[in-house]
Design a protein around this ligand. Structure first.
Ligand code: NAD
Ligand code: ZN
Ligand code: ZN
Length: 342
């Protein structure tokens, strides 16, 4: 079968590999769609990955075969795949939080396209436990829910106590994850939503997803956010870029006792502490770096999609164009999420 593999640092290409066989506890999925995440661009430059490695951690597919002891997965059933394959038995995995499995302390737990062979291929193996039935959801357009839906959902529910009707939530970067974050905020909170991006087209789209305000990410954006909040700042800032520039915006606009969640992995840093008059962050701010979401969160995301309250904007591309799609993503040309179809 064809697979899009990371073959060397900075180098990914379509290769020919064997169709895998499902062993005990495993399901073979015929991939129907594989979302392309900005993290795939970061992975091109991460050290210590096994080569070759098939990319793709936003999988949706159809059951092609199941391992000898697997029950409950009939051939032809459609499913979405959970992106973190923890040990399944530790304290965190016991509540479905395999994204922070204790077998991989202070690190990324492996998952499809994140250590194991991923979804940018015609077929892939899944631990049966890590699949969730799609039911009547579209098997191509649902693929981005596996990460672009899951990760913002997780970040948002962690701050749920702060996201009251009088609160303001700022979403920095309304691309693949951010355009879902706006919809999820609209669906699960009554808070005012402020979208921030460098791209006016994405800001226009963000308004259609439910953003109340849409601000260009330039030198004036900090003042604009403070103006909108009477100088108080935003209760919650969700940063889906994580660069030096966006983390500076977050630090300058988060309210006292607010939540600043840095989801993006663009390598920015945040300084705080120091002199009493210049401490970098106002009182009581919680800074977090959430990773993915729990298995339970994935069920909740699918429920929102079934209710018609969230929907990824999807660009469909053939798997053979994977390299060109990564270039498009890097150039900021993808609208919503690109999904590769084998
Ligand atoms: P994307 O490329 O689809 O979207 C990024 C968006 O940020 C784009 O709309 C872009 O225009 C905007 N942007 C860029 N610079 C900006 C700036 N200075 N100010 C405001 N907006 C700006 O990327 P994505 O797939 O949504 O991923 C976003 C980030 O989240 C990536 O760094 C990715 O690696 C990371 N990520 C983290 C997790 C996690 O679990 N922590 C999960 C998935 C993705
Ligand atoms: Zn991702
Ligand atoms: Zn575990």
């Amino acid at each position: 079968m064809k697979a899009f593999q990371l073959v060397a640092p900075g180098k990914a290409e379509i290769t020919e590999v064997d169709v895998p066989e499902p062993g005990p506890g495993e399901v073979l999925l015929e991939v129907t769609g594989s979302g392309v995440c900005h993290s795939d661009l970061h992975l091109l430059h991460v050290e210590g990955l096994p080569f070759p490695m098939t990319l793709g951690h936003e999988p949706a597919g159809r059951v092609a075969a199941a391992g000898p002891d697997v029950t409950g997965w009939d051939t032809g059933a459609t499913a979405i795949g959970y992106l973190a394959w923890g040990c399944g038995v530790c304290r965190q995995c016991a509540v479905g939080a395999e994204n922070v499995c204790e077998r991989f302390p202070r690190a990324f737990p492996p998952g499809p396209g994140l250590g194991y062979p991923g979804a940018m291929a015609e077929y892939m193996l899944f631990p049966a436990r890590a699949l969730v039935p799609l039911g009547d959801l579209d098997p191509v357009e649902s693929a981005p829910l596996a990460d672009a839906g899951l990760t913002p959902y997780h970040a948002i529910v962690r701050s749920r106590d702060l996201l009251t009707p009088s609160a303001t939530a700022v979403v920095i970067g309304v691309g693949g994850l951010g355009h879902m974050a706006v919809q999820i905020l609209r669906a699960v909170t009554g808070s005012r939503i402020v979208a921030v991006d460098v791209d006016p087209a994405r800001l226009r789209a963000a308004r259609t997803y439910g953003a109340d305000e849409a601000l260009v990410s330039d030198g004036d954006v900090t003042a604009a956010i403070l103006d909108l909040t009477g100088g108080v700042g935003a209760d919650v800032v969700l940063d889906f870029v994580g660069s030096q520039a966006t983390m500076a915006i977050g630090a300058a606009t988060i309210a006292s006792y607010g939540d600043l969640a840095v989801v993006g992995l663009a390598g920015g840093t945040l300084a705080f502490g120091g002199e009493i008059t210049a401490r970098g962050l106002p009182w009581g701010v919680t800074v977090s770096t959430p990773y993915g979401g729990t298995r339970r969160d994935l069920h909740e995301v699918l429920a929102l999609a079934r209710q018609g309250r969230i929907k990824a904007q999807v660009e469909r591309h053939p798997l053979a164009d994977a390299a060109a799609v990564l270039d498009r993503l890097e150039a900021g040309q993808v609208q919503g999420r690109a999904v590769l179809i084998p």
